[in-house]
Ligand binder design. Structure first.
Ligand code: ME8
Length: 661
């Protein structure tokens, strides 16, 4: 049994969790459940980051003490995680005594290694992000992460000799290409290191709410040094036996905190003579209908409200299925309704209800024995056989360096299984078999349909734990996911014939956008944050997804479907950057009959000047969307693995407005 230690970031206790926090935690939970199914000895850690100026100020603004605020909001995080079926084994709070002991020991080791010294700090500090910046990093006097003003700070400070670690960090990345994923993020880290690392100020005098510096109680420890050590604390460090947990196998984080995890944290660990985590996997950023989530815009999505309306499992499924892990994504309730209806109501829900109903109708509620080697059921069996490997390739395999986690791969394989099973039922027409009295064939169809449900329930478990149990119960089984052999569970024909089934109950009733309550997108401010710390990371393009029919999610689209998308060549007449965005360009594109305003996430690859008079391909019948508050009347086509690498363009000049066919 190998040890598998997986962590989420520990979240700041200045506000209640939103959909972004839920996303990271759910992703880590799915991994944890999957690894438990594989037989690993899993430790899954989450928790709260409770010290520092941000919390101190939040408490002051609310007229309370940091301790009271931390106690209340930390408890709130625990409650939300329970509601979202998060199976964490430990929940750490940085205000716990066990944590202080670990922080002191790490610090003592760093000091013993000669990497700590007392100096004077003068610099620019962003309170909401708890980050120091150099003159070259700030943008128009503002924090490059959150866009808020920075303060000039001069004070005596303890420093960590980060500047001495660049080469060692690069060497580690060279020797362990899987260390940071996706690859595009690893490249960012390399670039940052190549720009030269400066020593890091690791203490503050103006702040009271924190861990006092050893032998210098005037200073408290920089909150990121304090916070990062949580991963060691929970492993039991420095007590004997922590090595059975440490190093962690995976730190799951959002891309906003990559620098802290991929540079500071490994440098602290190297200095303290401790092994580095095996993998740091970072995911992208959720925006809401193309915009950054923020209290002032009233578009912060409350995961509990979404879970209450759609069901926790449906929300977990949607979050992981909608966006390839690592990419930015746009959260849209309309899109969630579509996916819910296509994959859950019409997919697995329909498979379950029609199968169970037919067993009741034609076989008195008892699943008959049937031929598991039936030729017509072969595609279903084949889809099932691919499930274990879709998990292996999507979620393990550090050899596929830099690819990151791919939750969408096993979920797609599950969708294929359900689709194959529904197609099998449709093509076998059991209602006709019943009418014609072809009992043997009817038994075989029913048996194989129930068998597909057994397999689906088993492998849906990591993502939809409650529904997996309910699907199993609906076919008369008790799912014991951690007792099975993960690979062998996909072998076809294991369903015990002769099992009586309970009466059918619908698990995924269809959803209608019209009945989704408004409060799902607008959260009543329960807590009043001092700051909104989310980094400005809009999606590349807010694309309205195609209309939701079952067919749009099948493998093939018809030529008629393709023809619905109007692709036209246009010439860029004007181009400028969208204010406060690194990524977005606002383009005026001439398509012959009119000039369209297009907002495109290509600002990291192309300057506005480079875009002028360039021909591009755009979708001109996409519903307009707003990105960072700017309307985009279409979408520009570009290609790339994670980020945009190149634009699509005709190989020779064409008249503006020409259709792409
Ligand atoms: O940074 N999209 O805590 P935090 C996707 N305490 N993920 C999002 C998101 C969004 N819009 N918004 C937040 C801290 N997240 C520190 C961490 S770890 C030693 C200390 C998720 O409360 C994402 O995982 O600001 C991001 O990294 C994390 O929440 C930041 O949470």
């Amino acid at each position: 049994m190998s040890s598998f230690y997986i962590t989420t970031p520990i979240y700041y206790v200045n506000d209640v969790p939103h959909i972004g926090h839920a996303y990271t935690t759910i992703a880590a939970d799915v991994m944890a459940r999957y690894r438990r199914m594989r037989g690993d000895d899993v430790t899954f850690l989450t928790g709260t980051d409770e010290h520092g100026q941000k919390i101190e100020k939040a408490a002051e603004a609310k007229g309370t003490t940091p301790k009271e605020l931390a106690d209340r909001l930390s408890a709130g995080f625990r409650q939300v995680w329970e509601k979202l079926e998060i199976s964490n084994d430990d929940f750490i709070r940085t205000t716990e005594p066990r944590h202080k002991a670990a922080v002191y020991e790490v610090f003592r080791r760093m000091q013993a290694a000669g990497d700590i010294y007392l100096g004077e700090y003068e610099g620019l500090y962003c309170v909401p992000c708890e980050s120091f910046w150099t003159e070259t990093q700030v943008v128009d006097g503002n924090c490059p992460d959150c866009g808020r003003g920075v303060d000039t700070v001069t004070e005596a400070s303890w420093f960590f000799r980060l500047s001495a670690f660049g080469d060692r960090l690069l060497a580690h990345m060279d020797a362990h290409p899987e260390f940071i994923s996706p690859k595009s993020r690893a490249n960012e880290v390399r670039q940052f290191i190549h720009m030269g690392l400066r020593d890091l100020s690791i203490s503050r005098t103006g702040v009271k709410w924190g861990i006092p510096m050893p032998d210098d109680p005037e200073h408290v420890m920089y909150v990121w040094l304090d916070a990062l050590v949580n991963y060691l604390t929970a492993a039991g460090f420095p007590n004997p036996g922590y090595e059975t947990r440490w190093p962690a196998q995976v730190h799951v984080i959002g891309k906003d905190i990559l620098r802290f995890h991929a540079i500071y944290w490994p440098a602290f660990l190297i200095s303290a003579g401790l092994p580095l985590p095996e993998r740091i996997v970072s995911h992208g950023w959720w925006t809401i209908d193309g915009e950054k989530m923020s209290k002032s815009k009233g578009n912060v999505i409350d995961p509990v409200a979404v879970a209450e309306h759609f069901g926790t499992d449906a929300m977990r499924y949607f979050l992981l299925r909608e966006v390839p892990f690592g990419n930015d994504g746009d959260f849209s309730i309309a899109r969630m309704v579509e996916m819910y209806n296509a994959d859950l109501a019409n997919g697995i829900g329909n498979l379950l209800s029609r199968t169970v109903s037919m067993v009741h109708k034609y076989r008195g509620g008892t699943v008959p024995a049937g031929d598991a080697a039936d030729a017509a059921a072969a595609p279903v069996k084949e889809a099932a056989a691919l499930l274990p490997s879709s998990f292996h390739t999507g979620l393990d395999d550090p050899q596929r360096t830099g690819r990151g986690l791919k939750f969408d791969e096993p979920l797609e394989q599950l969708r294929q299984l359900v689709w194959a099973a529904n197609t099998f039922i449709h093509d076998s027409a059991p209602w006709t078999l019943a009418r014609e009295g072809d009992d043997a064939r009817l038994d075989t169809v029913l048996y194989n349909a129930v068998e597909a449900l057994r397999v689906a329930a088993t492998y849906f478990y990591p993502v939809m734990p409650e529904m997996a149990g309910r699907i199993s119960a609906a076919i008369g089984l008790t799912l014991d996911p951690y007792a099975i052999d993960f690979d062998a569970a996909a072998h076809w024909g294991q369903y015990p014939a002769g099992t009586p089934l309970p009466a059918p109950e619908p698990l995924f009733p269809r959803q209608d956008l019209k009945t989704v309550p408004d409060h799902l997108t607008v959260k009543t401010p329960q807590e009043n944050p001092v700051s909104d710390t989310s980094a400005e990371t809009p999606a590349a393009q807010a694309s309205d997804p195609p209309a939701a029919t079952e067919a749009t999610r099948d493998d093939y689209v018809s030529i008629g479907d393709f023809a619905k998308i109007r692709l036209q060549v246009g010439t860029v007449r004007e181009a400028e950057r969208v204010k406060k965005s690194e990524k977005l360009l606002k383009l005026q594109v001439d398509i012959g009959t009119e000039v369209r305003q297009i907002v495109a996430g290509i600002g990291r690859m192309y300057t506005p000047e480079e875009m002028l008079e360039r021909q591009v391909v755009i979708i001109t019948n996409l519903r307009p969307a707003k990105l960072m508050g700017v309307e985009s009347q279409g979408m520009l086509l570009a290609a790339g693995a994670d980020e945009v690498e190149a634009l699509l363009a005709p190989s020779g000049p064409v008249t503006p407005g020409a259709r792409v066919r």
